[in-house]
Ligand binder design. Structure first.
Ligand SMILES: Nc1ncnc2c1ncn2[C@@H]1O[C@H](COP(=O)(O)OP(=O)(O)OP(=O)(O)O)[C@@H](O)[C@H]1O
Ligand SMILES: [Mg+2]
Length: 507
């Protein structure tokens, strides 16, 4: 979890600044000479360094030494949500080893700010032990060094899986991981294209609860409810609709937001859910990985025989826009027999509790695989990626996604479309193999048959059977060409032609 939270922060920071991410991660025994060096668990130093924009030195103590401080409280599609992920990893280190965290950051690429801090747990505030500025930084970025107790032999598999899957959806990032025995795994950037950075958006009225409305009222400068409702507080609500809504809710248009009673606030929230004339949320704030970046990642990491990516049009649940993209991968060296599910939410790989997730439910309970002639032991991987300004995780652990009916149905539609494409590919592959089998039999027996029949008939000249073989060969070539349209791997059959349905088409 510590590795994941710190890497997530690095990727978020670089991507939001429009920088192609370079992230370096190293885990090493904190004291290799100690007597306990061969035991597990023990203290490890986890280092995560990035080439992001850096953190303003004034913000460092709060960002890394205070739980629930996040710069991401705006509504935006980012990995971080709560302002506690990185800080929790730091706190875990402090609790298990009592060692301070070290933050090194540069925002100008020249000077470097170094902090060593502990967190005062009872006060939820940072205790700064060291604060220095040095010249000589070569680039902007942030490095976090945290010492924590862990059992690497147990964690290794999940950590490796995390990097592999992150590289799959983040084919535009360079990820380097050095493990405690010094093995380096490098996931290299395969494309310079990055998904457009997600834009901030205003909350949609359907997504507002009592607490959220109270928070908005506390900070607004508007002096009347009609101005508050209709002026840049809510997504796609203008003045006319604001007035109509207030009369629907039975709230005076001129009343000042701060004068509202608790009952009135509850009444408004209730009416927000029922008012039928709000426009649906606009999804221009969402940033899916996209067909080309995802295909690049799939080819690089899985070298499949076939792959396809389906991007569904944006939709919404409870006022939050979301969008589903699904990748379907078949065959290749990296896939073992059997179906594999790889789940992502806002580009985070979800590695735990698979069976509680909505994607698992769709794949196992709602898709009739026999209809697509894909056997249970086929080497298939299904990649589901859900992007939203708010992912409906069932718990704070960011591990599995609730089965909201809207999301469920989008996943189902996307998987079905991908399966139709795979099934087409498989049937062509099947007929190609049948023709090839036929050909190999023909080419073995035809010359003999020709020879015997010539002898039997007492003729001198054999019939011209070569033409028959040529026709069969042409048939194979034709099927190969057709298959190339759907193949994800240009090495196997011809060029990789993918349908370019992009998010732009839906806007
Ligand atoms: N590598 C980094 N580069 C730049 N800013 C960072 C970096 N790491 C953390 N931050 C800043 O510190 C804040 C706190 O990070 P933290 O992981 O605790 O919360 P979060 O990412 O906002 O939400 P979540 O709890 O979902 O991770 C971030 O919002 C960000 O502003
Ligand atoms: Mg975070």
């Amino acid at each position: 979890m510590a590795v994941r939270e710190l890497v997530e922060n690095s990727l978020d920071a670089a991507e939001l600044a429009g920088i192609l991410p370079d992230v370096y991660v190293r885990i090493v025994a904190n004291d290799p000479s100690a007597e306990t060096a061969n035991q597990e668990p023990k203290a490890y130093r986890v280092t995560v360094a990035d080439n992001g924009p850096g953190v303003d030195p004034h913000h460092v103590p709060r960002a890394f030494g205070k739980v629930f401080y996040g710069s991401k409280y705006v509504l935006r599609q980012s990995r971080g949500m709560f302002g506690m992920g990185g800080t929790m990893a730091i706190l875990y280190g402090q609790i298990t080893t009592n060692k301070p965290v070290k933050i090194t950051t540069s925002t100008d690429g020249k000077s470097r700010h170094i902090f060593e801090m502990l967190i005062d747990i009872s006060e939820n505030k940072p205790i700064i032990l060291r604060k220095d500025t040095e010249e000589g930084a070569e680039k902007t970025g942030t490095r976090v060094d945290v010492i924590l107790e862990g059992d690497f032999t147990r964690a290794a598999q999940k950590i490796n899986e995390y990097f592999k899957q992150t590289a799959l959806v983040g084919s535009y990032a360079n990820l380097t991981f050095v493990d405690p025995i010094g093995r380096i795994t490098a996931y290299e950037r395969a494309t310079e294209a990055m998904p457009p950075p997600p834009k901030e958006t205003l909350p949609h009225p359907y997504g507002i609860d009592v607490e959220a409305l109270k928070r908005m009222i506390k900070i607004t400068e508007e002096k009347s409810m009609e101005k508050f409702m209709g002026n840049k507080h809510f997504h796609r609500v203008g003045e006319t609709n604001a007035k109509k809504f207030l009369s629907f809710a039975g709230i005076e248009a001129k009343i000042a937001p701060e004068k509202l009673s608790n009952e009135q606030i509850v009444k408004i929230v209730d009416a927000l859910q029922r008012y039928p004339e709000f426009l649906p949320p606009d999804a221009s704030c969402l940033s899916p990985v996209g067909e080309s970046i995802l295909t690049t990642g799939i080819i690089k990491e899985l070298q499949p025989e076939f792959s396809t990516v389906v991007l569904r049009p944006p939709s919404s649940y409870s006022g939050f826009p979301f969008l589903v993209e699904v990748g379907l991968v078949y065959g290749g060296r990296a896939l073992d027999p059997g179906r594999k599910l790889l789940r992502f939410a806002n580009r985070i790989p979800l590695l735990y509790d698979e069976s509680s997730d909505v994607s698992f439910k769709v794949l196992n309970e709602e898709i009739d695989w026999r209809r697509y002639h894909v056997p249970d032991d086929a080497p298939v991987a299904v990649i589901t990626h859900i992007c939203s300004t708010k992912i409906p995780y069932k718990t704070v652990g960011k591990e599995y996604i609730a089965d909201r009916p809207e999301i469920e149905s989008e996943i189902k539609n996307a998987v079905r479309e991908a399966l139709r494409r795979l099934s087409l590919f498989l049937s062509k592959k099947g007929s190609m193999e049948a023709v090839q089998r036929k050909m190999s039999i023909y080419s073995k027996y035809l010359p003999l048959m020709a020879q015997f029949s010539t002898e039997l008939a007492g003729q001198k000249k054999e019939p011209r059977y070569q033409q028959l073989l040529k026709e069969e060969e042409a048939e194979v070539e034709e099927i190969k060409e057709e298959m190339a349209d759907r193949s994800g791997n240009p090495d196997v059959v011809g060029e990789n032609v993918i349908e370019q349905t992009t998010i732009e088409d839906y806007r």
